[in-house]
Each structure stands twice: as C-alpha cells, then as structure tokens.
Design a binder for this molecule. Structure first.
Ligand code: S3P
Length: 440
C-alpha cells in the first residue's frame, strides 16, 4: 500500500494511541505461563502481537478476544506448553520470536520458528548463544538467522550471561529461560534496557532482583516459580505516541494531548531529549497501572534547538531515533545522535535508511561511525518517494516528515504500519494531518 502525506498546519486533539507493543507481547506470553485465567485490557491488536497470539495458541494456550483490546487467556503453567504442530511464524516481530525462544528453551520438544523477510535477516545468535549455554539446542540458517529449530529441555542450567549490548530482548529471553532452570539465572547488560519483563514477572510472583554493579546492570531470577494469573492493563505505547508528538511539536501552534502513555523511565529518553531541544511537554494525571507508570502528555508546538544525544540514552529511546531525526531536521543547528549501532539490526538498517531518506527529501544528514547527524532547520523539503523496507517506524517517520515539510512524501510498503500502529493515518488525519492512500 502506498500512502502520501501532504503538508499540514497546526495539529490539535486529544487522543490515545494503541497499546504498548512490548507489554502486549509479554502479556500474552506470561499469561500463557500462568496457572489459570488472566485478563488483558488495552492489548495492541497490531500484526506483530497477533503473530505472538497465534504462536501461543499453537502452543496450547487458550486465548479468546472478548472485545477491542480485551482478551482472556487460559495459561498452561511454567513448562506446560505443548509441542506445536507446525512452524511458528512470528511475522515481523523481533520481540515475539526472541522472547518465545527463551520460553521454548525450557520445554522438552522441538519448535520451528520463522518470520517475514525482515525478521529472517535479523541476528538470532545473540539469543541462541545464552540458550545453548543453558542446555537448549538451536539449529539456525547461516549467520544464526531464521528459520531455526529449537529443542528445549525441562532441566535448563542456570547461568550468568554477560550481554555485550543493552537489549531487553536478550535479557528477557534469558530471564524467561531462567524460569525453567533450578536456581538463579543472572543477566548483566552494559546499561539498563526496558524492564517490563522484570516488572510483570515480579507481579506474578517470581523472585526477580535488579541493580547496578561495577559490571553493568544486573538482573537475577530464581527459577521454577509458579506464576499467578493477572489482570494486565496495557498502557498506550510511547513509541507510537512519538509520531503525533513530534508532528505536533514542529507544526506551528499545535496543542495535543496523548492519553495514558507509559512513562516508564526506561522508555522516556525521547521526552528527555525533546525537552533539551526546548519542547513544551507536560505530564499530567501521573499514575500507576498494573505496575507501570502512566501519564497523559500535553504537547505544545514551538521552536526546537539542536542537541547532542549521548550514547548512554540509546536504550531508553532505541525505537525513537527515526522520528527524532525528523524532529532534528526542523531544529536549529546540528543534532548528533550518538552510539546508534543497534539501529542497523532493527526491522531494517534504520541508520542507513534514515540517512538516505532524509537526504532524498533535501535534508542535510551524515553518518559518522555509529552517530547520526542531522542539520536543520531545513529550508524547503522536496517531494520524495520512500520505500518502508518492512519497517513500520521508517514508514511513519517519513509520513510525519511529509506533513511537516514543504512537499508531499509518498511511502511505499506502508502496510507495515499495521505491525505496531493500526489506525495511524486516521488518527493523524483526525488531528489535522493529510495522509491518503494513493496506490496498492
Ligand atoms: C523491545 C526491545 C527493543 C526494541 C523493540 C522492543 C522489547 O529491542 O527495539 O522494538 O519489547 O523488548 P532491544 O532491546 O533488542 O534493543
């Protein structure tokens, strides 16, 4: 599907973006490992999360949709999943396949896992290695890529895993495997990545401890707990909120309220950065929902200044760099975003695609090592056609840019937006944007 975004004026409105993708995947998986009936409210019903739902069903979990975002799950208990009859296809979902690998490592059967063209290109060795150290067998395509076969064991060995990158997907896969290991499994990451798995596992009764050490951020889990079913409440996704947020900040006299977004401190790097750039952002109605801090975010449009974004902030805003790069194109000066090596192995090589795409639109951009540099404010953007390369965040970033610049931008392969943000174009248009379908 091709979507074209045309320049718009100020945006205004009061909206709630769909549920958080990370917490939605985890709700389905953890509900499947609990003993008994869990409820989930606010579940993201995007393609990624629905792929996880299908996989959990194939593994024997009873899942029923009661209404929009409202689900009931009948869990099988830790180590209670059943051998799937066919290949588990996780589509575009890196979180889906990686966390599921951790769970399957503790089950004594063989599963076959695959995904779409984007997921089949992404590195899985970073997950396979710790799981193999715990006793699972993984046979993957060259470069440790999908499709792969994973044979788990019911008696995994508890390990201490030092991850070279701060990655919640690696950390969560090891912790989920640790559920099946007698004793204590430890993950050490260089910086703390998002901690939704830890929060949810604790709420369900697992013993999970975390804290800083000289080696990095340490998380420990005690194996073989019984997990209690939960009433999960999924907050709105701050990574989805980032698109209307940046659009409203840049588009003149905008005023926007984004309801109920997760403001987990390990997810708020974009808010910190935009505030440093001079953005007028206010949190209201701060509260806690099912163990996650949540707030309404009030956004007022205004001028932005370039900043230097430190590498240490990357884990807390890893999915927000594409849209931050768009914001930087309208800020005065050169914004340097440091330490973005991990962006090369996301749904696409986001570093390369952002640089190429921004340049095609007439924006001054450079890559230096793992840093992305964007200089603004751009005088007048030119019309361009951008291929999304199976990457929802690339698609949405350029549609936001098309609304903010001087000329329309067409995005090919825009159906990828459905992986994380169903209703994106309608929500944006409701605020005053102009996004329309222009081709198959
Ligand atoms: C996610 C973690 C991040 C993020 C991804 C979702 C998660 O990946 O990019 O979209 O739900 O754990 P890494 O932690 O591997 O960087």
């Amino acid at each position: 599907m091709q979507l074209r975004a045309a320049p718009h004026g100020a945006l205004a409105g009061d909206v709630r973006v769909p549920g958080d993708k990370s917490i939605s995947h985890r709700s389905l998986m953890l509900a499947g490992l609990a003993v008994g009936e869990s409820r989930i409210e606010g579940l993201l019903e995007g393609a990624d999360v629905m792929a996880t739902a299908d996989a959990m069903r194939q593994l024997g979990v009873g899942l029923e949709r009661l209404g929009p975002g409202s689900w009931r799950a009948l869990g099988c208990g830790v180590a209670g999943l059943a051998e799937p009859e066919s290949v588990l296809d996780l589509g575009n979902a890196g979180t889906g396949v990686r966390l599921l690998m951790g769970i399957l490592a503790g089950h004594g059967f063989t599963s076959f896992l695959s995904g779409d063209a984007s997921l089949r290109r992404r590195p899985m060795r970073r997950i396979a290695e710790p799981l193999q150290a715990m006793g699972a067998e993984v046979l993957a395509r060259s470069g440790g890529r999908l499709p792969l076969a994973l044979t788990g064991r019911v008696d995994l060995v508890p390990i201490t895993w030092r991850s070279p990158v701060a990655s919640a997907q690696i950390k969560s896969a090891v912790l989920l495997a640790g559920l099946h290991a007698p004793g204590r499994t430890t993950v050490i990451e260089p910086l703390a990545s998002r901690d939704h798995s830890e929060r949810m596992l604790r709420a369900m009764g697992a013993k999970v401890e975390s804290g800083a050490s000289a080696e990095g951020w340490v998380v420990e889990i005690d194996g073989e707990p019984e997990l209690a079913p939960q009433a999960f409440e999924v907050p709105a996704d701050p990574s989805s909120a980032a698109f209307p947020l940046v659009a409203a900040l840049v588009a003149g006299d905008s005023a926007l309220t984004l309801r109920g977004i997760s403001v987990n401190p390990l997810r708020t790097g974009l808010l910190t950065t935009l505030r440093e750039m001079g953005a007028d952002l206010t949190l209201a109605n701060e509260r806690e929902a099912a163990g996650e801090p949540v707030a309404d975010l009030l956004v007022q449009g205004g001028a932005l200044e370039a900043v230097d974004v430190p590498a240490e902030r990357a884990p807390s805003m890893i999915d927000e760099y594409p849209i931050l790069a768009v914001a930087a194109a309208f800020a005065r000066g050169t914004t340097r975003m440091r330490g973005l090596g991990e962006l090369r192995v996301k749904e696409s090589d986001r570093l390369a695609l952002m640089a190429e795409g921004l340049e095609a639109c007439g924006i001054e951009v450079a890559i230096e090592g793992d840093d992305l540099l964007v200089t603004g404010p751009v005088g007048a953007t030119g019309a361009a056609t951008i291929d999304a390369h199976h990457d929802h965040r690339i698609a949405m970033s350029f549609l936001v840019l098309g609304g903010l610049g001087a000329a329309p931008i067409t995005v090919q392969g825009a159906e990828t937006i459905l992986t994380s943000f169903p209703g994106f174009a309608d929500l944006m248009n409701g605020l005053g944007a102009s996004i329309e379908e222009v081709g198959p």
